[in-house]
Design a protein around this ligand. Structure first.
Ligand code: FAD
Length: 423
């Protein structure tokens, strides 16, 4: 068995691979499992967080909706967001917010603190009302938002796969809604000078900016009572998500000195558009061009300064970066290891095209993030360790105490977990 992530640059060879269909089969797999057991979702993390040479357990067969009670919906944890959206819509329900693709499994998304955008909206894990977790000895523990001792619930919502394997998730949903998404090209300076106001006055606001272009594409996504329409945007459908971007990237990879000119051209072509559809269809974009990524959460007020510093780094070093920076906003939440833990955050993501050198760029970006107390997205590339991360998380020790309780023998560890959480 050989396994690779979506980007194709993190690989491993698990000694054992299981695909249980029920919680009982999952518990048996964990008990059978040998020294290291690692759950895997859709492999959409850019880091080695899911890798193991031990026992890899995929929940892709545990993808059913188990039942619902009003706006509470219980699902098996391996369901993908792509399967979840229509299943909720059939019940007249939707998630409050989602990220920009829907290929991930629900449990995988929760484990890394996956988020969308919106100053008043928290990451996906904040939409969880209860969890069932298969622990190291095969027994099941439960936790829920009303528990007297909330530590397990606050640890397990963003658990990095290090506490056990989540078997079912109860989600707190919302009545199904429609979103209108408007993309507009704007000068970068205007957006950075007015960033707080733009984010504050829109339900969901984000922007993309190509280095060297001085331009950005803002994306505003808000609820509407208008009916869904079929209009599609140039940026989303013709440029970013199809072969055109791939062609630009291939030229830039072959001829790096051309990259600034390519970026300026692509920045100008990203001219905007509008689309209205059911929420889960608006959130989900298709990413056909493969890349690797780093993303950091910094305090909201530092967002514009950090973006300027990253662009300055790229332009000063003439780095051949063919992807835009993506800037989003997420409200504070209380999960112990959420990158937005107790802090309203601005998330800044940087990317590099597959097959191009990224480490010197990402390390340069990380130094900027470090200077602003940045917390890395757990599913994306970073070079932190437990020693550098612990001071950034006020409840680090409480997470560690839950981990000691649930997995004293560290059966759910891998190299990544040992690196970021310690032995
Ligand atoms: C194209 C692309 C777009 C993306 N867009 C966004 C975005 O908009 N916002 C954002 O925040 N992130 C985004 N991501 C990152 C992605 O959401 C996260 O890395 C997410 O964790 C991937 O989910 P997965 O199902 O692929 O999990 P995997 O990558 O397979 O696993 C991630 C972690 O989840 C754990 N895990 C999986 N299942 C379980 C389980 N049942 N119980 C316990 N632990 C489990 C694994 O052990 C591992 O630690 C994007 C990634 C890609 C490739």
């Amino acid at each position: 068995m050989r396994w690779a992530n979506w980007a194709g640059d993190e690989r491993c060879a698990p000694a054992l691979f299981s695909r249980p269909e029920s919680e009982d089969e999952l518990a048996e797999a964990v008990v059978r499992g040998g020294a290291s057991v690692r759950a895997v979702g859709s492999g959409h993390s850019f880091s080695d967080i899911a890798c193991t040479d031990g026992h890899m357990v995929s929940l892709d067969r545990m993808n059913r909706v188990l039942g619902s009670d009003g706006e509470l919906v219980e699902v098996q944890a391996g369901i993908t967001l792509h399967e979840l959206g229509p299943a909720l819509a059939e019940r007249g329900l939707a998630m409050e917010n989602l990220g920009d693709v829907d290929a991930q499994s629900l449990a995988g998304s929760l484990a890394t603190g996956t988020h969308g955008t919106g100053v008043g909206l928290r990451n996906l894990s904040a939409q969880v009302a209860a969890l069932r977790i298969v622990t190291a000895d095969g027994s099941v523990v439960t936790c829920a938002e009303g528990d007297e001792d909330l530590d397990l619930f606050r640890a397990a919502r963003v658990g990095l796969g290090a506490l056990g394997i989540v078997s079912t998730v109860t989600l707190r949903c919302q009545p199904l809604y429609t979103l209108r998404r408007i993309d507009e090209q704007r000068p970068l300076t205007d957006v950075l000078d007015n960033l707080q106001e733009l984010a504050d006055t829109r339900e969901r606001f984000e922007f993309f900016t190509f280095p060297y272009s001085g331009l950005c594409l803002t994306r505003t996504t808000e609820r509407t009572s208008a009916p869904p329409s079929e209009r599609k945007t140039w940026f989303r459908d013709v440029l970013l998500e199809n072969a055109a971007l791939g062609a630009f990237c291939r030229v830039g990879r072959a001829l790096p000195p051309l990259v600034p000119r390519i970026d300026r051209l692509v920045g100008r072509l990203a001219s905007g558009g509008e689309r209205t559809d059911l929420a889960h269809r608006i959130y989900a974009n298709q990413r056909l061009v493969h890349f690797t990524e780093m993303e950091y959460a910094v305090p909201r007020a530092a967002g514009a300064e950090v973006v300027r510093a990253v662009l300055d780094l790229i332009e000063r070093r003439r780095l051949p970066i063919l992807f835009p920076l993506e800037v989003r906003f997420v409200a504070a939440d209380d999960a112990f290891l959420s990158p937005a833990h107790e802090r309203d955050s601005c998330y800044i993501a940087v990317h590099q095209y597959r097959g191009m050198e990224f480490e010197s760029y990402f390390r340069g970006v990380e130094a900027i993030m470090d200077a602003h107390g940045g917390r890395p997205h757990w599913g994306k590339r970073h070079y932190q360790s437990a020693a550098t991360l612990a001071p950034r998380y006020p409840e680090w020790d409480r997470f560690a105490a839950v981990r000691d309780r649930l997995d004293p023998e560290r059966r759910f560890s891998n190299d990544y977990v040992r690196r970021v959480l310690g032995a």
